[in-house]
Each structure stands twice: as C-alpha cells, then as structure tokens.
Ligand binder design. Structure first.
Ligand code: SAM
Length: 273
C-alpha cells in the first residue's frame, strides 16, 4: 500500500478541526496499537473514525475483519483503496458513530479499536460502558484519548483525577493505560499529549443498576468539594443508605472507593417494599 502521506495528499485530506482529525502516519506505531487487544487474527473489530486508514491497515495486517464508521465522506475513496487491498476484510460505513448502535453491526463478539475524535470520545466511551446487560457484546475497547482523560478513566480514589468517569469505567470493567502517545506522532500535532486506554469487561456486581450508579456519581461529583451529606441530599434514600452502610456522610466523593459507590447504588437499586 502507498505511504499514508501520499494517500492524504492525493485525496486532499486536509485535517478538519471540527471533525477532530489528527492522523497517525507511523506504521510501526500503528502496528503496536493494533497489537494491544492481544491477537486479532480472525477477530471482528469496530473502528470509529478510520480517516485515511492508517490504523485500519494495521488492524487488517493483524488479521482482523474490520467494520469502520467514518463521518467524513472525503475519506471514503482512500478507504476504498484499503478495501481493495484486503478483499472481503473491510466494510466501511459512512455515518456518525454516535448514532449507530454497534451491536446492530455484528452477530457475535467484537473489539472496538479507535483513535477517537476528541470531541466525541468521552460520549462514545460512556455509551459503550452503559449497557444494562453485562458482559457487553464487545470483548475489549482500545481507545486513544487525551492523556488527561485517560488518567481520569484509570484514576484511583483520593486523587484529583478521580471522578465519575473512573467509577463508571471501573465498576464492572478493568481499565488500564496501555500506551502513552506523544503529540508529535499526530499530523497535525494536537496541543496535548495522548494515551491509549485498554478496557475489558469484568464481572458485574449483582443487583446494581447502571442508571442508579450514574445518578449517585453525578450528584456526588457534581459537588466534589462538598461533604456527601450535602451533595447526595437530592438523591432519594442516599443519606439513609450511607448510614446503613457505615459510610461517614462527612466524607467527600473523591474519598469513596469504587466498591463503596457500588454498595450505595446497590441499596438504592433494591425494589422498595
Ligand atoms: N484513525 C485515523 C488515524 O488514526 O489516523 C483518524 C483519527 S482522527 C483523530 C478521528 C477520525 O474520526 C476522523 O477521520 C474523523 O473524520 C472521524 N470522526 C469524527 N467524528 C466522527 C463521528 N461522530 N463518527 C464517526 N467518525 C467520526
């Protein structure tokens, strides 16, 4: 396949800021990213935002069958060339990944791998974490974020990075920082550093509704400097739950472990009566 720089020049793919376009062109780096979800031989992969197709090619080289969702129609001719080089292994869908349910694209398990557009990355991530049925159909997520967002996803209690995103990412998944990526690896280079997070589903605690956990963490971290007795006041039953669980209402949200948030959500999930 021709070098990515040539593909970008030939198809006039000047980077669009609105679409969060920062392309990766180093094939070695792309191969290392494609190796993060373990062996992709004969596995199905959903790629969001293939752009000119650098990561797509690396995933295909790793043996995956790729379904890629791209919003920018200018990229489609470049992706058609990749499709021709890997017959039957790449399917490109033009559209907005926020509006496409990935489960509608696959019959069985699949991995999600993406150099995400930063403006929609967190929304997509929360959507993938939010299904009521668990384990989800996806087997793993390998996602590029701004390093600051990656740190919030893997954060531990009692740190300034710890918040809602960490609890939602960790309560029934394992989230790890897989690789830091220097800003100079992108064309054009973004202002900040990036990092790849690798997430795999873990066993879900029984009897906990994702919606309830979202509500509790939203309230608790919405006023993260306040004590829980203040921040959780508006969540019905939450203060009684703290008392029953022996969690001091004078603590602040960032001191609670993921397990403690889960235990509060579990009490509130229980059917009344
Ligand atoms: N995968 C390529 C790479 O690694 O070089 C491009 C990554 S670039 C950071 C993000 C890509 O996502 C762009 O190609 C952009 O057009 C696309 N994109 C932006 N918003 C999107 C959306 N809502 N749905 C699907 N693709 C989107």
């Amino acid at each position: 396949m021709p070098p990515l720089r040539e593909v970008i020049a030939r198809h006039g793919l000047s980077a669009s800021k609105a679409l969060g376009q920062n392309f990766l062109l180093d094939e070695n780096l792309l191969d290392r990213i494609a190796a993060i979800p373990a062996s992709l031989g004969d596995q199905h992969v959903l790629e969001v935002g293939p752009g000119p197709g650098g990561l797509t090619r690396a995933l295909l080289r790793a043996g995956a069958s790729v379904t890629a969702v791209e919003m920018d129609p200018r990229c489609l001719p470049a992706l058609a060339e990749v499709e021709a080089a890997f017959p039957g292994k790449l399917k490109v869908i033009e559209g907005d990944a926020l509006k496409i349910a990935p489960a509608s694209l696959f019959d069985g398990p699949y991995h999600i791998v993406a150099n995400l557009p930063y403006n929609v990355g967190t929304a997509l991530f929360i959507g993938w974490l939010s299904g009521e049925t668990w384990p989800p159909q996806w087997a793993s997520l390998t996602l590029m974020f701004q390093e600051e967002v990656a740190r919030r996803i893997i954060a531990e209690p009692d740190t300034s990075a710890y918040g809602r995103l960490a609890v939602l990412a960790q309560w029934r998944s394992t989230a790890k920082l897989a690789m830091k990526v220097h800003r100079s690896a992108f064309t054009p280079a973004p202002k900040v550093m990036s990092a790849i997070v690798h997430v795999t589903p873990a066993e879900a605690p029984e009897g906990v509704s994702m919606r309830v956990l979202e509500r509790v963490t939203e309230a608790a971290f919405g006023q993260r400097r306040k004590m829980l007795r203040q921040s959780l006041k508006g969540v019905p039953g939450a203060l009684e739950a703290l008392e029953n669980l022996g969690i001091d209402a004078q603590r602040r949200a960032e001191t609670l472990s993921v397990a403690e948030f889960v235990s509060i959500a579990k009490v509130l999930t229980k059917p009344k009566g």
